[in-house]
Design a protein around this ligand. Structure first.
Ligand SMILES: Nc1ncnc2c1ncn2[C@@H]1O[C@H](COP(=O)(O)OP(=O)(O)OP(=O)(O)O)[C@@H](O)[C@H]1O
Ligand SMILES: [Mg+2]
Length: 261
């Protein structure tokens, strides 16, 4: 469904940030990208979304989504794709949501920008999505301003919006790092449920190898713009190639001499 084919990404005339990066994701597959700060994880994700900041550019290779090169997408094609076929969850959805407007009016507008439907229908859909993200009293949430919600609740609003159109690909950059452990685990379970229900493919960036081991089918470990390890969950857990992955693994808790993710 998505093929990142040997891409090199460069900001301005600097040395390439990532070189010869490859990744394939099938329908319903969950792929986690793990790695230290500055290793290029967000750069990979932004390349896929066509949202590299500043002078960032894919200078080599191709990114193919459902048979078409994303690098050749027109603005119109992106508008039809982002938010519907391909959705994004940010680290802090609170910062994406306008603080001066009620959740409901933003959500309804978001829905109507992507799909032509009457206001009351859009409102129903928004409430249904909030319900699905297990936000209690969805109707009340619709009337609230973002600052009246907890960080976890705001994050769920963001995820609810991202899931509205049942995207084929959900891209999440550290979606849970800002949250407490309980909310984190709930949100991760909800994301996995989306995969099970709608066959959504998920590409998730996380600092947390335990989270990656728990949810991902495939794991990529990055360091300094390079892939130092890749494999399925069991390969990474039992047979890591790089010292860096071994060190990351050492930080995942063990119990009775078995590592538990
Ligand atoms: N807008 C930009 N202009 C120039 N260089 C950038 C820009 N954004 C990122 N970089 C460089 O690209 C490299 C990778 O950054 P990136 O944000 O992809 O890392 P990351 O793995 O997501 O890190 P973190 O875990 O801290 O989010 C860094 O060395 C950074 O300096
Ligand atoms: Mg990042």
């Amino acid at each position: 469904m998505l093929k990142i084919d040997n891409i090199t990404v460069q900001y301005g005339n600097n040395k390439p940030t990532i070189e010869d990066f490859n990744l394939e994701i099938s329908s319903g597959e969950i792929v986690a990208i793990v790695g230290e700060s500055g290793s290029g994880k967000t750069t990979v994700i932004r390349s896929v979304l066509g949202l590299l900041p500043g002078q960032g550019k894919v200078t080599k290779g191709d990114i193919v989504f459902e048979g078409d090169s994303l690098l050749k997408y027109t603005d119109k094609q992106w508008n039809q794709c982002r938010g519907t076929k391909m959705s994004m969850i940010f680290q802090d959805c609170g910062s994406m949501i306008n603080p001066n407007r009620r959740i409901g009016s933003q959500f309804v507008e978001y829905i109507r920008v992507h799909e032509n439907m009457p206001k009351d229908k859009a409102k129903e859909k928004a409430i249904e999505m909030l319900d699905r993200m297990r936000l209690p009293q969805a109707k009340d949430i619709m009337r609230k301003y973002p600052f009246q919600l907890s960080g976890g609740q705001r994050q769920r609003v963001g995820i609810a919006m991202a899931m509205t159109f049942q995207p084929k690909l959900l891209i999440a950059d550290e979606p849970t790092s800002a949250l407490d452990v309980t909310t984190q685990s709930q949100i991760i379970k909800e994301m996995m449920e989306l995969r099970d229900k709608y066959n959504t493919s998920i590409m998730i960036v996380t600092h947390n190898l335990a989270v990656a081991l728990y949810m991902a089918d495939k794991i990529i470990v990055m360091k300094d713009g390079e892939v130092v390890d890749r494999g399925n969950r069991d390969e990474i857990l039992n047979n890591p190639k790089s010292d860096y992955t071994k060190r990351l693994l050492a930080s995942v808790p063990t119990w009775r001499e078995e590592r538990h993710a």
